[in-house]
Design a protein around this ligand. Structure first.
Ligand code: AMP
Ligand code: ZN
Length: 102
């Protein structure tokens, strides 16, 4: 998607450090962290939100990625959050899972 921040990051049009990447997803540190560690786990495919998922295999891939990231980043306790829809606080309209750990 042309004007999507996360698609731009994936295309390297906006600089960001990838802390994880596989065939289906990637992860970056949130630019405005709300916890000591605040990671965003993002599908490479531009899916607007949880409401637009057609093939739920991607949900499995995202949580597999979270599991690998947590081992890599030594995260043992954490919260996940998926804002879905602007009224729920979703600012970036490209599905992402927040992983928050203090
Ligand atoms: P949400 O409100 O669930 O859509 O969350 C969007 C998140 O993306 C917010 O926590 C922002 O701080 C974060 N964010 C926005 N732009 C960037 C960026 N360029 N790099 C990293 N995180 C970003
Ligand atoms: Zn996108």
């Amino acid at each position: 998607m042309k004007d999507c921040i996360f698609c731009k990051i994936l295309r390297k049009e906006i600089p960001s450090e990838f802390i994880y990447e596989d065939e289906h997803c990637f992860a970056i540190n949130d630019i405005n962290p709300k916890a000591k560690k605040h990671i965003l786990v993002i599908p490479k495919e531009h899916i607007e939100s949880l409401n637009e998922i057609k093939d739920f295999e991607i949900v499995k891939k995202l949580f597999e990625a979270i599991s690998k990231i947590n081992i890599k980043e030594n995260i043992s306790h954490f919260k996940t959050l998926i804002n879905t829809g602007a009224k729920a606080g979703q600012e970036v309209m490209h599905l992402h899972i927040h992983v928050l750990s203090d």
